[in-house]
Write a protein that binds this ligand. Structure first.
Ligand SMILES: Nc1nc2c(ncn2[C@@H]2O[C@H](COP(=O)(O)OP(=O)(O)OP(=O)(O)O)[C@@H](O)[C@H]2O)c(=O)[nH]1
Ligand SMILES: [Mg+2]
Length: 219
């Protein structure tokens, strides 16, 4: 009887766990963001920026929310190791793409990589959040400027593909995703905007789980 009740209690209080991957170019601030999330949500604080070096491989972190656990996977962004990202696509429930809004010189490279992420069929239907990081920097682009920069970059890409008669993915699913792209500003160092981003993730993974259940798909 005890075991039956214990099992029932565990079943009723079991928290659902969702995996979130954090990707983006090297130096965008992914690890700093993950460590800040740990500091804000966990009893044991995450590392401070001075203790963080480039990621070769992955860092993980878990946070406990009211009815949900979010498991984060922060993946290294250096050119040579980006090709492992796709191994995480099948099992993740949300994607956070971090862009360094303070590094104008690498925005084009950031969009090129972002574009290839958007093209991955495994994550076409799952929540995706674009974070414009380093908002504490006086010269960083605002959320609106970042969105605009990406849209312009994307238009230029479509235009040059059209001219060179190169087939570019301009499917309606992709257009919809770009049109409804959620962009939020954060400072991973100062923590501004980080709770709002986690709230977004929490709500969106819950909603997409319900949609999947309705459609009889994966959750
Ligand atoms: N000013 C400012 N600097 C930041 C912020 N977030 C990260 N940085 C700095 O940006 C640099 C790179 O940060 P990381 O968190 O290591 O970047 P990453 O995206 O994990 O890089 P990889 O592990 O190489 O993929 C470090 O010097 C950070 O201190 C921020 O919000 N504001
Ligand atoms: Mg890192």
């Amino acid at each position: 009887m005890y075991h039956l009740l214990k099992g029932l209690h565990e079943h009723l209080t079991r928290k659902e766990e969702f995996s979130v991957i954090i990707i983006g170019l090297d130096g965008a601030g992914k690890t700093t963001l993950l460590e800040k999330i740990k500091t804000l949500y966990n009893e044991i604080p995450g590392l401070t920026p001075d203790k963080i070096g480039p990621t070769v491989g992955q860092n993980t972190g878990k946070i406990n929310l009211s009815s949900t656990i979010l498991q984060f996977w922060d993946l290294g962004g250096q050119r040579g190791i980006r090709n492992i990202w796709h191994k995480y696509y099948d099992d993740c429930h949300a994607v956070v793409y971090v862009i360094d809004a303070d590094d104008r010189e690498r925005l084009g490279e950031g969009w090129e990589v972002f574009d290839s992420v958007l093209s991955a069929p495994q994550i076409l239907g799952i929540p995706l959040l674009l974070l414009a990081n380093k908002q504490d920097s006086p010269l960083s682009l605002s959320v609106e400027e970042i969105r605009h920069d990406y849209e312009e970059w994307h238009q230029r890409k479509l235009e040059s593909a059209r001219k060179s008669r190169h087939a570019e993915d301009n499917s309606s699913a992709r257009r919809e995703r770009i049109a409804s792209l959620d962009v939020m500003g954060v400072s991973a160092v100062e923590g501004t905007g980080v709770r709002a981003a986690v709230d977004w993730l929490f709500l969106r993974v819950q909603n997409s789980r319900r949609e999947s259940a309705r459609n009889g798909e994966r959750n």
